[in-house]
Design a protein around this ligand. Structure first.
Ligand SMILES: [Zn+2]
Length: 142
């Protein structure tokens, strides 16, 4: 039987290493960003996983700060011609955007699993509260 990850640091490590958020052993991805249908080790269904635009947004903020910062410093210190900027920053953009995208998606999914995060179901919760209230009333009245 595979062990279940219970700590936040374990979840983060599993996410960054692109492995299953429950057992930390099975592979998470089938393609570059396409998920496996389920974990090959513990059988966890990855259908819950919906990281949306989260990974891209965080990577964009990080990559933007790195590339723009580096370009500004280079321009101020060396004032190179524009072709040097293009030769330097285009490969760097590819490196700092595509490189961390996969681990970032793994991290988002692992944190989603660890914190049991999902879209809210307002209607269902309200119905459950009404049922509980009716149930409680039924027990109090003789
Ligand atoms: Zn697993």
């Amino acid at each position: 039987m595979t062990e279940t990850i219970t700590t936040l640091s374990g979840a983060i490590a599993a996410g960054l290493s692109c492995t299953c958020p429950r057992c930390g052993q099975g592979r998470l991805f089938a393609g570059f960003l396409k998920l496996q249908p389920r974990c090959e080790r513990c059988g966890l269904d990855y259908g819950f996983a919906d990281s949306g635009d989260g990974p891209a947004v965080f990577v964009m903020f990080l990559a933007g700060a790195i590339v723009v910062g580096a370009a500004l410093v280079t321009e101020i210190l060396f004032k190179p011609p524009y072709w040097v900027h293009a030769a330097l920053w285009l490969p760097l953009i590819l490196l700092v955007t595509l490189g961390p995208l996969r681990p970032m998606k793994g991290l988002m999914i692992a944190l989603q699993f660890h914190h049991k995060a999902a879209e809210s179901r307002f209607g269902q919760e309200q119905q459950n509260q009404e049922r509980r209230a009716e149930h409680d009333q039924g027990h109090r009245e003789p």
